[in-house]
Write a protein that binds this ligand. Sequence first.
Ligand code: MG
Length: 122
Amino acid sequence: MEAGEDILKIGVDLDGTISEYPGFFRLFTRVMAQVGCKIYIITDRMPGTEAEVGAELEKYGITYHVIKITSAKARYILDEGVSVLFDDVDDYFLELPEKVAVFKIRQQYNFDFGRKRWRNSG
Ligand SMILES: [Mg+2]
């Protein structure tokens, strides 16, 4: 086995994902990093705002290895060999192949809690 071959790379969005469930993601990222996973924070923030993103992640107590700011999340995920994405926006899932697991975060804008239905993403 080549070095690093079995490292699971996990992508986690910030806005609408970590920001909505910081307690879960604080524990999740810590424990997954402890067992050898590599944590990628993949966010579509303004380019060049890595320092601000890092400060927010610190405030939330998130464990991570990489901050990647990009609107082309699928391209980055495929290039990096990331296996899992947590995100709140469908558009970032569409170009990912079946082998990439996706976990969609519910929010008022993507889920109608009154009617108990996902809203169409467009
Ligand atoms: Mg988001």
